[in-house]
Write a protein that binds this ligand. Structure first.
Ligand code: ADP
Length: 435
């Protein structure tokens, strides 16, 4: 751990303002301090698509064209429930399982309403990780592509870990209308008067339970929030919203339309789940065998610490598995490079800490392996939710070593009413691979 902490500090020292940010934005400290189990998320074989159509929503033609290009045929349940309210400018608090398409709710609602003015930030989106910021920016870009010819909606992304001056230069030059970023960096940009949020029309938080649940981030969020006008639309999204978070969300909103999809039935159907009981020393052999035997598009292997991620990655490469690994103390450039490589299918095996456990959407991942069992059921769901996004099939395999890990396994089974069986010698490929 000591080495990793040192690396983090070095990285942080480049930009003293960001010191703490670098650490908690990664969400990796949960390795040492597990969060309370509260709420849950996961996609499964939910009938994600509703029978309604995007046409019924009366979205702009430019958006309809982009929706068609994206291959979205029908809105998902959450989109069907939330887009109509969100596009009228009403405040929204929205909870739906991961992978159900919440991003498109606020992206489409924003682009439907936006009237971009030169030099003015119209919409602020706060998220807790850099990868999520980047991912949301791509969604804005993808859905605004036809709007470009008329007014042109400019998208900007800011996050800690890159030199502050770079952001300053970039923002002064590009003057984005939609600004997506992590709370710490956004706060510093406001403090230093680099961005002016006094004309903001929309304030959005994705994975808001993460931002609200972390005291420092909450303070930063509040400072940014205060820099925006009193009258604006506020939209808050998360896969999990506890009762406590709900109360907090209501403080940030006025008469919000509250949309909770599938809150009570958090089933895990559609995702094949198995466990392997083994000792620590047997893990590498087993992993090797699995990667040889299973067919996969892309696989994410979760481990509990940065060191283990780096070591396992090295080992896999030695065994001729072309893997990549990602964890918070990598430099910003390295992290994004790995993320993009994986997203663009240039690499198929990713070793990750919980950094990738939430929010990040990689369509082709169909297998998640918990090389190290997560320490609570929430984390398990966030992790296995990376497989089989938006109704596709997936496979989750967890290595279980200790008594504590067995307890987590049984908590998962009772909480989500699933039976996680021991991994059979052979798994029918058609159960986890799209044909
Ligand atoms: P969430 O934010 O709820 O976790 P995302 O917004 O990341 O979910 O969406 C998950 C995946 O589903 C993305 O790859 C997205 O492009 C895709 N998706 C979203 N809405 C639709 C839709 N209506 N039809 C098909 N795919 C969709």
């Amino acid at each position: 751990m000591a080495d990793a902490e040192a690396t983090m500090e070095n990285e942080a020292n480049e930009d003293p303002n960001e010191e703490e940010l670098v650490e908690y934005e990664d969400n990796e400290n949960q390795e040492e301090a597990p969060e309370d189990a509260a709420g849950a998320e996961i996609k499964g074989s939910y009938a994600g698509a509703s029978t309604a159509s995007f046409q019924d929503m009366l979205l702009k033609n430019e958006l309809m064209s982009a929706i068609r290009d994206a291959g979205f045929e029908h809105p998902s349940e959450v989109q069907h429930n939330a887009i109509p309210a969100a596009m009228t400018g009403q405040d929204v608090i929205c909870q739906a399982k991961s992978g159900m398409g919440k991003t498109a709710v606020f992206v489409l609602a924003t682009l439907q309403q936006i009237d971009p003015k030169d030099g003015q930030v119209d919409t602020v989106v706060l998220v807790h990780t850099r990868e999520l910021a980047f991912q949301i920016a791509s969604e804005f870009t993808r859905f605004s592509k036809y709007l470009k010819s008329s007014n042109g909606v400019k998208i900007g992304v800011v996050y800690g870990g890159v030199p502050f001056e770079d952001d300053k230069t970039k923002l002064n030059k590009e003057k984005p209308h939609v600004l997506i970023g992590t709370p710490g960096r956004m706060m510093h940009l406001v403090r230093e008067d680099v961005v002016d949020l006094t004309k903001v029309q929309r304030f959005i938080m994705d994975e808001c339970d993460n931002i609200l649940g972390e005291l420092k981030m909450r303070r930063q969020l509040q400072e940014v929030f205060k820099a925006t006008p009193k009258t604006k639309q506020v939209m808050l999204f998360s896969a999990t919203i506890s009762e406590e978070t709900k109360k907090l969300c209501r403080k940030f909103t006025k008469n919000a339309e509250e949309i909770y999809v599938d809150d009570s039935k958090l089933t895990l159907h559609g995702l094949q789940q198995y466990f392997v009981k083994l000792s620590e020393s047997e893990k590498n052999r087993k992993l090797n065998d699995l990667l040889d035997a299973l067919e996969f598009n892309q696989v994410v292997i979760f481990v509990k610490s940065r060191q283990r991620a780096a070591q396992l990655n090295k080992l896999l490469r030695k065994c001729a598995f072309p893997s990549e690994c990602v964890y918070g103390s990598l430099s910003q450039t390295e992290r994004l490079a790995v993320y993009q490589k994986f997203k663009n299918f240039k690499c198929r095996i990713l070793v990750s800490t919980d950094l990738f456990g939430r929010g990040v959407d990689i369509e082709k991942v169909n297998i998640v392996i918990n090389y190290d069992m997560p320490d609570d059921s929430d984390k398990y769901l966030h992790r296995v939710g990376r497989a089989g996004r938006f109704g596709t099939k997936g496979l989750g395999i967890s290595f279980v070593c200790t008594d504590e890990e067995e307890t987590v396994l049984s908590t998962i089974q009772s909480r989500f009413e699933v039976k996680i069986e021991p991994l059979p010698n052979e798994v029918d490929t058609s159960t986890y691979m799209a044909s």
